[in-house]
Design a protein. Structure first.
Length: 343
């Protein structure tokens, strides 16, 4: 009986020895030298066991005794504590499957696209302008083919060339006339030449003494003596700038010398291309001046009340020249008049 217990004990010890040795980790040199040994340090996390770590790194939970033997500072294999570093040696041929952290996909919202406002005006080619000197005339209208007093669209007209430039068949030109603009504002006198566009024409034939043309578009009646100039092509779509740098200008007049300038009217201001550009929007301010009023309650100028300027409307710059710009009134709360302030 005693021999039976001895044999049984020896058998159990042999099995335990086999388990420890068969793991391949029961070696005398168990120090892990980074850069030389194949392995790494692992920091124990809450819930870890040697059983689980063995399965995680060696694909077999039965290798936990070898993992325990490599870390002899672990006194009890059933008690390992979070935060403690242990050494993980890699067996030859072992496949390590490190835990891959799951990263939640973050949907990045696209920033809202910046909308750039624009202003479209199909009749940009027909607007007039004011500049210091008159455009050179390439010729003048003689008469209509049918001897009409007032010429309009689709009419055939005769032109007397000036000889400054040839009038090229198939090419487009403008019919225009000019007038003097002279205004005194704040003690300063503005002088310029207004150019009004009457029509767009297409040259049909250029003979020795005259040329013929067809009126493509008529904006105003064409009369004998109206002049011809090269077509002024302009962009019909403008990028809008609602917050340009402030200016200190004035309304000179409307395109057709209207006393009251309302919505969609074309006008000219005394600020040129060095200070403004097409697409910029400005306010039109009305000056309330009591100096010209016969106010019996305030006969003394010293006692007159100076009122703040009121906003009369808004305008957009369509075209610029050297000393002036052509604008359109977008909206008017009050009637806009020449000399009103633009800022």
């Amino acid at each position: 009986m005693q021999n039976g217990r001895t044999l049984a004990g020896a058998f159990v010890m042999a099995i335990m020895g086999f388990m420890l040795c068969s793991s391949g980790f029961a070696e005398e040199n168990i120090d892990f030298v980074p850069g030389e040994d194949s392995g790494f340090y692992y920091t124990i996390k809450k819930g870890d066991t040697l059983w689980d770590l063995s399965r995680k790194f060696y694909n077999s939970q039965w290798d936990w005794p070898g993992l325990w033997e490599m870390n002899q500072d672990i006194k009890n294999p059933h008690w390992i504590y979070p935060g403690k570093k242990i050494r993980i040696f890699l067996k030859e041929g072992a496949v390590v499957k490190p835990e891959i952290a799951k990263i939640e996909e973050v949907k990045q919202e696209k920033p809202p696209e910046k909308v750039i406002p624009s202003f479209s005006f199909a009749e940009m080619d027909r607007i007039g302008f004011v500049k210091k000197n008159a455009e050179p005339s390439l010729g003048s209208v003689i008469m209509d083919q049918d001897n009409k007093v007032m010429m309009s669209s689709n009419d055939i007209i005769y032109i007397n060339p000036s000889g400054k430039e040839p009038l090229i068949p198939g090419k487009l030109y403008h019919v225009f006339n000019t007038s003097l603009v002279e205004k005194t504002t704040k003690g300063q006198t503005f002088t310029g030449i207004r150019h009004l566009i009457h029509a767009k024409i297409k040259i049909l034939e250029h003979k020795v003494a005259y040329a013929t043309a067809m009126v493509v578009n008529s904006y105003r009646p064409i009369s004998e003596g109206d002049m011809i100039m090269a077509l002024k092509n302009r962009e019909s779509i403008l990028t809008v700038d609602e917050t340009p740098a402030p200016i200190n200008g004035n309304i000179l007049c409307s395109e057709d010398d209207n006393l009251m300038i309302n919505d969609n009217y074309i006008a000219f201001i005394n600020i040129g291309s060095s200070h403004v550009k097409p697409g910029q929007i400005y306010s039109v301010m009305r000056v309330i001046d009591t100096a010209g009023n016969n106010n019996i309650l305030q006969p003394d100028k010293k006692n007159q009340v100076k009122f703040d300027n009121i906003k009369a409307g808004k305008m957009i710059v369509l075209h610029t020249e050297d000393i002036s710009s052509t604008v359109m009134i977008l909206s008017s709360k009050y009637e806009i008049k020449p000399d009103d302030i633009v800022n």
